[in-house]
Structure formats: C-alpha cells, structure tokens
Write a protein that binds this ligand. Structure first.
Ligand SMILES: N[C@@H](CCC(=O)N[C@@H](CS)C(=O)NCC(=O)O)C(=O)O
Length: 255
C-alpha cells in the first residue's frame, strides 16, 4: 500500500490516455469529487512513484490507500454508488457478462486503439503540441517542446508504433468492432441488460481515440482539425454500429 491521500482522492493521469478517461468517467458517474494530477508520458513516473504506485496510470490515491488499475477504480466507484447507478448489475449472470466484455476491451481494444491512434498522430508535431497544450500545464508544455523528439521515439518503441504493428492493430480493432456490431444487431441500446454498465463505459472510453466523440474535444481537439488520417479512421469506424454506439454512449452517459 502506498502513500495515503488526504482530502479528495487524487487521480494521477496521462491526460490523453484512454484508460485514464475510463477512470475519470467512473469517478464522474459516481459523483466522486477528485483532483487530477496530469503528466506527460514518462514524466508520469514522478506522479505515480510519488504516490507510491508502480508505473502505470490511471492511479487513484485515496484516504484508504491506492487503487491502481482502471477496472479496480470502477469497482471502487461502484462501492460508493447507489445500486441503480452501479456499473455492474446486481444480477450475477449479467454482472459476469459485463465483466467478460470489460476484460476483453481492456486487453484487446485498449492496446490496439492506442497503437492505431498513436500511429496516426505521433508524427504530427503540431497536433501533438496542441494536444499537450490543451491538457497539461505550461511548464510541461515547455518541457515537451524540448523533449518531443526523444519522447516520441520512446513512445514508438514502448508501444510498437511502426507500420506493420499499426496495420495488425487496425485489423484487430476492426474484428472487435465487427463483434460488437453483431452484439448490437438485435437493436439493443446497451451491450448488457437494459441499462448503461461498465461494458458500455469501457468500450466507449477505450475507443475514444479512434472514434473521436465530440465530448473528448477538450482532450483530442475537433476531428475537423485532426490529421486527415484520423478523419478517415474515425469516419470508417463511425459507419459501423459499434462506432455509432460509442458516439451514442458518450451522448447519453457522459455529458
Ligand atoms: N490495465 C491498465 C492499463 C493502463 C495502461 O496501459 N496505462 C498506460 C497509459 S495508456 C501507462 O500507464 N503507460 C505508461 C507505463 O506503463 O509506464 C488499466 O486498465 O489501468
């Protein structure tokens, strides 16, 4: 167990990480007040280690201890939410279905969406600079201007951002979107049961960087201003039922 936070929980993030958006959404949905401590990639280690964590974000430091994975953060939120707003239904069979989707999205959608999205934008210095400017304090913007080239090279290495890797990730993304589209083909509004759950939240949050819902403009900027490859990617995914589900879930459950 790491350092205990005094007062409101502190959410350590890389602000444009989709796993961090998932955690933020869970906290907002539960009505939990928190303070976000946002860091550039690599610099996030200062925030994470300082709070007593390992190396990944999101990390939630609470007065009861650390919660160090986006799924555990959603569970932590659920334990503080009225039953009718919980992200896992009370019914055990439905809850198991929610967990099955949620775990698949964490394992398959998160890494592949990250690879595809970084593949589109990492090489665009102006886009990256603007995203950093939208989401991080001035001193980190200044630092990014100095370290951008080696930082981008490290991100490329860490996540395997090269043409063949990005193409493989895109194929996996398309297969997962096709599977979700099939699940939605009976006209259902939510992936499991008759209300919003952790399955919808996780799918929408982790697909955010490739579908570009307008609710994320404060982070990623407007789709019209993004590199043309992003417009094409988001346009193609938005034509699928799964892509439309991402947009609909953001409208209905995130505004
Ligand atoms: N399973 C983790 C995945 C989180 C994750 O992959 N975080 C990335 C950012 S998107 C990270 O912290 N990368 C930096 C590192 O690993 O040091 C979760 O759901 O919280």
């Amino acid at each position: 167990m790491g350092a205990l936070a005094v007062g409101a929980p502190r959410l350590v993030t890389i602000p444009f990480s989709h796993y961090c958006e998932k955690a933020r959404w869970g906290l907002d949905h539960a009505g939990v007040a928190y303070v976000e401590a946002a860091y550039l990639p690599m610099l996030h280690l200062v925030g994470v280690k300082g709070a007593g964590g390992d190396h990944q974000v999101p990390l939630l430091a609470t007065s009861e201890g650390l919660v160090s994975d986006s799924t555990d953060i959603l569970r932590w939120c659920d334990a503080r939410t009225a039953p009718e707003r919980r992200l896992w239904p009370e019914d055990a069979a439905l809850a198991a279905e929610v967990s099955a989707w949620e775990e698949r999205f964490d394992a398959e959608l998160g890494p592949n969406a990250r690879r595809v999205a970084y593949g589109c934008v990492l090489g665009d210095a102006a886009y990256m600079r603007d995203m950093v400017a939208r989401t991080l304090p001035p001193w980190q913007r200044g630092l990014f201007a100095v370290v951008r080239v080696p930082a981008v090279a490290m991100i490329r290495r860490a996540y395997g951002i090269h043409p063949a890797g990005v193409a493989r990730a895109r194929a996996r993304l398309d297969a997962l979107f096709a599977e979700v589209s099939t699940c939605l083909a009976d006209g259902r509004s939510w992936l499991v049961g008759d209300r919003f759950t952790a399955a919808d939240l996780t799918f929408a949050a982790l697909a955010g960087p490739v579908v570009f819902p307008p609710e994320l403009d404060a982070i990623y900027g407007r789709l019209e201003d993004a590199p043309a490859v992003v417009g094409q990617l988001a346009g193609e995914l938005r034509e699928t039922p799964a892509g439309r589900h991402v947009l609909a879930v953001y409208v209905q459950a995130r505004r």
